[in-house]
Design a protein around this ligand. Structure first.
Ligand code: DHB
Length: 299
């Protein structure tokens, strides 16, 4: 086990699920709770009331990537708040507007419970418009509104960010985060890469139905993009003495990939597509492979 602290939370191991993967129902959450090497639990990004999400087929998997356009199918905030685990739980707060996000954050911050945190998801790519974290001016506006309304978070608090690609964007987003460094404990980099499409050549159509076939790209293909995002933010935070942890998410299928996220500067590592395709046994596999690498390096 490789214990880690994120904000006020203590995780027995630093690897756990990415929001949206194996986390929609209590049965799936139970699998994560009983999987010894899964260090925490993230719940499916949610809304106040349950949602059916987009029509099927809305997931597409190949050996190297996945595309999803789930459309925020979830059981509603209360369902997740009622799920109890001995492990730290990060509630992924989705929502369709800042007003809805504020309401959900107020409810969550009011909970007098230890061992919980919030990962505010401002980067969903599948709701017609992409979330406010895609651009620094929309991010600043959302965070201003949200923190004016809810005040200082009472629980460990972080943001799920989309991928960025150019130095100007890393800089301008880091400047926004700098202004909230006493409020934000962590950022999770990255959400899926937006607006990817693949084709089914048997019927000459995109492989998924919603949004014209466009969805969020995940899986091994996005590892270098995820590592770049982790490294850019981790380097800027170190240089500017900004005390925000970076959680790596994207492209992890092996212990070596986990180790690469650590080299990039990740404090903890989340797993999406690989968990989706292979189930919670992957936490043991990743741990064992990572352990061998650490041993080889003499740690
Ligand atoms: C969904 C996808 C995401 O990448 C996300 O961050 C939130 C929701 C979805 O389609 O349900």
């Amino acid at each position: 086990m490789y214990p880690v602290e994120i904000g006020k939370l203590k995780l027995r191991n630093f690897i756990y699920n990415a929001a949206g993967v194996w986390d929609t129902t209590t049965s799936q959450l139970g699998d994560l709770t009983s999987s010894p090497y899964c260090g925490a639990i993230t719940t499916k990004s949610c809304t106040i009331v349950p949602r059916k999400g987009n029509n099927y087929p809305k997931y597409h998997f190949t050996s190297t990537f996945s595309i999803n356009s789930n459309g925020l199918e979830n059981m509603g905030l209360d369902y997740y708040l009622n799920y109890k685990s001995h492990k730290p739980i990060f509630y992924s707060i989705g929502g369709l507007s800042d007003t809805e996000r504020i309401q959900m954050l107020e409810t969550t911050f009011d909970l007098e419970r230890d061992n919980i945190g919030v990962e505010l998801n401002l980067s969903c790519p599948n709701l017609g418009t992409c979330g406010p974290a895609y651009k620094s001016h929309t991010l600043i506006e959302s965070l201003r509104k949200i923190f004016e309304a809810v005040g200082r978070p009472t629980h460990t608090f972080g943001l799920k960010l989309p991928p960025y690609f150019i130095p100007e964007d890393f800089r301008s987003i880091a400047d926004v985060l700098d202004a909230y460094k006493n409020t934000i404990d962590f950022i999770t980099c990255i959400n899926s890469v937006p607006n990817a499409v693949d084709f089914d050549i048997n019927n000459d159509m995109p492989t998924i139905v919603p949004n014209g076939g466009y969805g969020g790209l995940g899986g091994a293909t996005i590892l270098p993009i995820a590592l770049s995002n982790v490294k850019h933010f981790a380097d800027i935070f170190k240089e500017d003495k900004i005390d925000i942890a970076v959680i790596g998410c994207g492209g992890v299928t092996t212990g070596a990939d986990v180790y690469k996220h650590r080299l990039a500067g990740a404090t903890a590592v989340q797993v999406g597509t690989h968990l989706w395709q292979n189930g919670p046994d992957i936490f043991r596999q990743l741990h064992d492979e990572y352990y061998l690498i650490m041993q080889r390096k003499g740690f």
